[in-house]
Structure formats: structure tokens, C-alpha cells
Design a protein around this ligand. Structure first.
Ligand code: HEC
Length: 166
């Protein structure tokens, strides 16, 4: 054999072996890949179910939660008096019994505090209901009457009415 032929055989063998190694690597990689794919958990439809539930969920929900009540502003008797009642009762406007005029208030007080409250809440003759301020509560009215009577020197043994949000 001449060295020329030897060399070409060598080259052919190297190419062949390289090809085989390459093929082995490729086969190995394919096998590994198939193994990885096979290891994925079988689809039990749970993901699909979750997606469907998400898609068909109701647009709105009815809530039975109680809305928080607006914070009622607690006014004391004197505050209500100054804000509303004084407009007429300070000077006796429209014939209102004047604050401090005991002779005007005594016959009214003789009716009883509850009656005065009822009259002031619903209005009596020239006296508008709640003095014209419907935002006042019955407790506000009672507190301000007690205040007016106190300023007049008439003692009521009524404690300031508890604030009831109405
Ligand atoms: C627009 C004027 C006016 C305002 C404001 C007003 N009053 Fe009077 N009030 C009157 C007049 C007038 C009378 C007398 C009515 C009558 O007996 O003819 C009266 C009478 C009363 C009486 C006596 C009722 C009775 O049975 O004899 C009470 C109590 C009273 N007012 C409370 C209040 C209170 C409390 C306020 C504030 C929250 C208030 N008033 C605001 C005009 C007013």
C-alpha cells in the first residue's frame, strides 16, 4: 500500500467515527428530551377547569354587608339652641316664648317636658317643626329645650337625652 492510500483511509475513518459520535450524541439528546417530556404530570384537566370557572364567574356579587352609617354629628343642647332656636326664642320673634322670660315659659312647662318636645318636633302654630331644621333629632330638640328652660331658671330633672341616630 502506498502512503497516499493510507492517508485517505485514515481520513475516511476519522470522518466516519466523528459522524457516529455525532449521531450518538443526537440520539442521546433526543432520548433525554423524550424523557423530560414524559415526566410532565399528566393533565388532569384541573388547569382547564380553573380557566373555565374564571371565565364563567358572575359579573357581580350581591353583598349583604351593612353600609357604615354616616357619623351623626352630636350637637349639645346649647349648640342646637344657638344654631336654630335662638333665631326666634332669643328675642321672642313671632310670639315665641322668650328665653329667660319665666312668666312666658312656666305655663308651657306646666304641660310637661314630653309635650313640649312633641310640640317642638312636630311644630305648633307659628313654631315650625324642629325649628325648621329637619336634620335635628328628637334628642337634639329635647336637649335644646332643657337648655332653654335652664337659662330661664326652670329646672327640669331631665338628663340630656341620649343621642339616637334617627
Ligand atoms: C321660626 C321661629 C322659631 C324657631 C326657629 C324655633 N321656634 Fe320654638 N316656637 C316658636 C313660636 C312662634 C312658638 C310659640 C308657638 C305657639 O304656641 O303659638 C314656639 C314655641 C316653642 C315651644 C313651646 C311649645 C308649647 O307646647 O308650648 C317649644 C318647646 C319650642 N318652641 C322649642 C323650640 C326649639 C327647641 C327650637 C330649636 C330647635 C325652636 N323652638 C325653634 C318659634 C320658633
Amino acid at each position: 500500500m502506498n502512503p497516499q492510500v493510507d492517508k485517505s483511509v485514515m481520513t475516511t475513518s476519522v470522518i466516519l467515527i466523528s459522524g457516529l459520535v455525532l449521531l450518538a450524541v443526537v440520539l442521546f439528546m433526543v432520548a433525554a428530551l423524550v424523557g423530560v417530556v414524559g415526566n410532565v404530570a399528566p393533565d388532569d384537566n384541573s388547569r382547564k377547569q380553573a380557566a373555565v370557572l374564571e371565565r364563567i364567574k358572575p359579573v357581580a356579587r350581591v353583598s349583604f354587608e351593612q353600609p357604615k352609617p354616616a357619623v351623626a354629628v352630636k350637637l349639645s343642647g346649647v349648640e342646637v339652641y344657638n344654631k336654630v332656636c335662638a333665631a326666634c326664642h332669643a328675642a321672642g320673634t313671632l310670639g315665641a316664648p322668650k328665653t329667660g322670660a319665666k312668666d312666658q315659659w312656666e305655663p308651657r312647662f306646666a304641660q310637661g317636658l314630653d309635650t313640649l318636645v312633641t310640640h317642638a318636633v312636630s311644630g305648633i302654630r307659628a313654631m315650625p317643626a324642629k325649628g325648621g331644621d329637619p336634620s335635628l333629632t328628637e334628642a337634639n330638640i329635647k336637649d335644646s329645650i332643657v337648655y332653654m328652660l335652664g337659662e330661664t331658671g326652670i329646672k327640669t330633672d331631665a338628663a340630656p337625652a341620649a343621642e339616637a341616630p334617627k
